[in-house]
Design a protein around this ligand. Structure first.
Ligand code: AGP
Length: 363
């Protein structure tokens, strides 16, 4: 088993460090910033001409990637929702032949997600799956599939597949948005250039991360909060899921603005708050973080160097320039590393946390 881990103590750490490569694989041949073109194999321009709304179905980390993709589409003016696949059978919004349902699943075998996918299909929706596994059940059931090409992920905690899912959903979102509204979701040229730069930016974060020190600094805390706004919100949720999954410590993620609507009651000097700044109304997130700080909570700002949050925060996890819709993915790497190092300090079985399975094949 050690052979598979190479120089790393755990598969999770290896997979975190594989992200520059897995992201390069995800976009290879699919992105050309010189010509401004996207090549998505089975999804040429016009594929989604008759789509008028999009639903994403997924669970866990894949749900957070789906939320990332859905919020980006909403920002582009496309009607879109991210739905928990395990709630779909009881509360799915109506679908018809103009609805595109996108199942996001690393394994392609998650029972809840397959069930939602089949239900949507039975009700007449168009379906696509975004998966890591060629020939998986989801890939076979959906009308079409898009592979994230992240390579095998052994650690139960999903890491590299989250970033690859989010990247592929960003690309797919550009295509959907261009087909549905006539305009790409974001400035296409800059998105393509940002995508091409992303593997290198991941390298930078991985090479210079102070996550191990931060984990050590706050290791005696018993509850950890993660906040973010806009595309930083799914990153906050994902940061908390990863943290609780492998450390067994209490962790919760919130939309920054929600803190004052209840969770602030939990904030004390023993509850570090990781605040993710992705360039969307950062001044409001900073105010929310300061509200927690006033109650004694240490604030760890995940943001670029020189960002106003660094003047206020108690600690800083640096990411490259956040002025991009992919900034959240860079912040997520820092949070993955914090979780990893916190779990290591607690001597947890990081690759196989108790009670969890890599692929959940029961509903
Ligand atoms: C994430 O770290 C989890 N292990 C879990 O939430 C996972 O993302 C979820 O079970 C969905 O799995 P899938 O992507 O294979 O469908």
């Amino acid at each position: 088993e050690q052979a598979g881990k190479g120089e790393y103590d755990h598969y999770m750490l290896k997979e975190i460090y594989e992200q520059p490569t897995s992201l390069a694989q995800a976009i290879e041949g699919r992105v050309d910033s010189d010509s401004g073109e996207i090549n998505l194999e089975d999804f040429p321009p016009g594929t989604f001409d008759d789509v008028d709304r999009v639903q994403f179905v997924a669970c866990g980390t894949s749900y957070h990637a789906a939320l990332y993709g859905s919020l980006a589409l909403n920002q582009a003016g496309i009607q879109s929702q991210a739905l928990l696949a395990n709630e779909y059978s009881v509360s799915a919004p109506p679908v018809d032949e103009n609805t595109l349902v996108i199942a996001v699943t690393q394994s392609g075998e998650t029972a809840d997600t397959l069930s939602a996918l089949r239900q949507a299909q039975d009700e007449g929706a168009q379906t696509v799956t975004v998966t890591n596994v060629v020939g998986s059940t989801a890939a076979r059931v959906a009308d079409e599939s898009l592979l994230i090409r992240a390579g095998p992920e052994i650690g139960v905690a999903a890491t590299k597949t989250f970033s690859s899912q989010a990247v592929m959903l960003t690309l797919l979102g550009q295509r959907i948005s261009a087909d549905v509204s006539g305009d790409p979701a974001f400035d296409l040229e800059s998105v393509l250039a940002d995508l091409e730069n992303l593997p290198e930016q991941f390298e930078t974060v991985l090479a210079g991360s102070s996550a191990a020190e931060i984990a050590h600094q706050y290791e005696d805390s018993r509850s950890y909060f993660f906040i973010g706004r806009g595309l930083g919100f799914p990153v906050a949720l994902e940061g908390a899921l990863k943290f609780k999954e492998i450390t067994y410590e209490h962790a919760e993620g919130f939309a920054s603005g929600e803190l004052k609507h209840g969770p602030l009651a939990l904030v004390t000097p023993d509850t570090p708050v990781f605040a993710v700044f992705t360039g969307t109304e950062d001044e409001k997130t900073l105010k929310n973080a300061e509200e927690a700080q006033t109650r004694g909570a240490p604030v760890i700002a995940v943001c670029p160097d020189g960002h106003p949050a660094t003047q206020v925060a108690d600690a800083h996890l640096e990411i490259p320039d956040a002025d991009s819709e992919l900034a959240g993915l860079l912040a997520n790497v820092q949070l993955q590393l914090v979780s990893y190092h916190a779990a290591e300090l607690l001597d947890r079985p990081i690759d196989k946390p108790r009670n969890l399975a890599k692929s959940v094949t029961v509903e």
